[in-house]
Design a protein around this ligand. Structure first.
Ligand code: SF4
Length: 465
């Protein structure tokens, strides 16, 4: 960071201290937050569009839902964690970093992401049915030095947000805490099964301040444990209670399937997450990837449409009707907020535990490995360039994916750039993926078109295909 940016960060840090100090005095807190909106507008100008500042001011002045949510989050999270998340995720990643990634993207003519998702290991302490970590075997690690190198190169390019999955990232806790300490301006999010969370590592996380957690949960006790093993659900609840008590920033991560949708979309499930202190909830549509995939678990069009409406409803209101908060995100149905597919470095990319730089955690093809190439070279690989050229893959962002909803496109791209399969257990041909997705895509299309027209009456585009 240059001197000017350090001074700007310092200015935001002072204001963050003030905002946190006033978190129990709504009037002062609102005034501080309005000051933050003014400062952000001055700093960023029209970078994110004027409407965002207008809406933020309106929310704060009218004590709207999002203002109440922000205050609730601030009151539940440890001051150090809240301040670091705001500075690293806000000032560093969304403000400073985003400007840099966009200018480099223009300079090199490639996508530069603002998030990198990495699997530091394929090792896991559990053996869940259908998990991609199980597919990749349990023997692969990216060395500390390589992880450190990726993050250092990323910081130089304006990338300050690093997510980790696996395998179980907590099996690499000693390395992850070193990385978090060595890169204090970066924000880290670990997707974890939570069974290795303990009072000591939670205390270390709180002291570091720049780590958040997304905890895997597949439903209630019986469903969760049938996939993840007996006793897992109770261990997850225990971990969430501990994280909540210590003021950690955390949420949940759930894969929704034909089987578990009634459970994981129920009021009871959302209220369970809120009771345990989750502030956000990721929902991932089941993807039929790999040799053990079960296309029978793909949601029906009615189920997917239900999830679309249900997640928007929970975001707008409260599942218990008492105004309690949770921010659910639907990786597949929320494409409209990010203009479709975010992969291939457009917003994010994935590095598997072998070091292969893949467009997305669900797309196991790559032309380059981070162990032999720089981050910039990996982001410049042919597969990422063809992603950039063809994104968005559909004008209807309820059909964003080149695999799931537009399955012919992935095969075309893979063949065009000769990207080999990076699935380490059993290389998968794109034709095989196509076969698993084609009938799903055809069944979803009419429902997706109907929903898109209803929510975007001004749209003049039909679908691409
Ligand atoms: S490749 Fe598919 S699953 Fe991955 S980000 Fe794009 S749309 Fe989503």
């Amino acid at each position: 960071m240059n001197f000017l940016h350090m001074a700007e960060r310092k200015g935001f840090a002072l204001l963050a201290d003030q905002i946190i100090a006033h978190r129990n005095d709504q009037e002062k807190w609102t005034s501080d937050m309005l000051h933050l909106v003014d400062m952000s507008e001055k700093f960023l100008g029209s970078f994110y569009g004027e409407d965002i500042y207008v809406q933020a001011r309106k929310q704060l002045k009218e004590n709207g839902r999002w203002a109440r949510f922000a205050l609730h989050a601030l009151q539940s999270v440890h001051p150090r964690v809240a301040k670091t998340a705001a500075l690293n995720g806000g000032f560093q990643a969304a403000f400073l970093g985003r400007q840099k990634t966009l200018s480099l993207s223009e300079k090199y003519g490639i996508n530069i992401p603002w998030i990198i998702l990495m699997d530091p290991t394929s090792r896991c302490n559990m053996h869940c049915t259908g998990c991609w970590a199980a597919e990749y075997g349990h023997t692969l690690d990216i060395s500390y030095e390589t992880l450190d190198q990726i993050i250092s190169e990323g910081e130089n390019m304006g990338i300050y947000f690093y997510m980790m999955t696996g395998g179980e990232p907590m099996t690499r806790w000693n390395d992850i805490r070193k990385l978090a300490a060595s890169h204090p301006c970066c924000e880290f999010m670990l997707f974890t099964n939570a069974t290795l969370i303990n009072p000591e590592n939670v205390q270390e996380m709180t002291a570091l301040g720049n780590i958040a957690l997304s905890i895997s949960i597949e439903g209630f006790e019986e469903t969760n444990d049938s996939r993840r093993g007996k006793g897992c659900f109770r261990r997850v609840m225990k971990a969430m209670d501990l994280l909540h008590r210590q003021g950690m920033l955390f949420g949940s991560s759930t894969c929704y399937t034909k089987k578990n949708i009634p459970d994981v979309m129920s009021d009871r499930f959302f209220n369970l997450l809120i009771d345990r202190g989750c502030l956000f909830a990721w929902f991932f549509h089941y993807m039929p990837v790999g040799q053990d995939a079960a296309p029978a678990l793909l949601p029906t069009p009615d189920q997917r449409a239900y999830v679309y409406h249900r997640i928007r409803e929970v975001r707008r209101s409260s599942p218990d009707g008492q105004g309690r908060f949770l921010f659910p995100m639907d990786f597949q149905n929320d494409g409209e907020f990010v203009n479709g597919c975010i992969a291939g470095g457009r917003c994010y990319c994935h590095i598997n535990s072998n070091g292969d730089m893949e467009p997305c955690v669900f797309i196991h093809y790559s032309n380059m490995n981070i162990k032999n190439h720089s981050l910039l070279e990996c982001l410049s690989q042919p597969l990422f360039r063809v992603y950039k050229k063809r994104q968005p893959f559909n004008h209807n962002h309820l059909r964003p994916c080149p695999m799931l909803e537009n399955p012919e496109i992935l095969g075309q791209m893979i063949r065009e750039v000769h990207a080999p399969s990076t699935d380490l257990m059993a290389p998968e041909q794109p034709d095989n993926l196509f076969q698993k997705c084609v009938s799903y895509a055809a069944a979803w299309t009419p429902e997706a078109e109907k929903l898109w027209k209803e929510s975007h009456p001004e749209s003049t585009h039909g679908s691409n295909s």
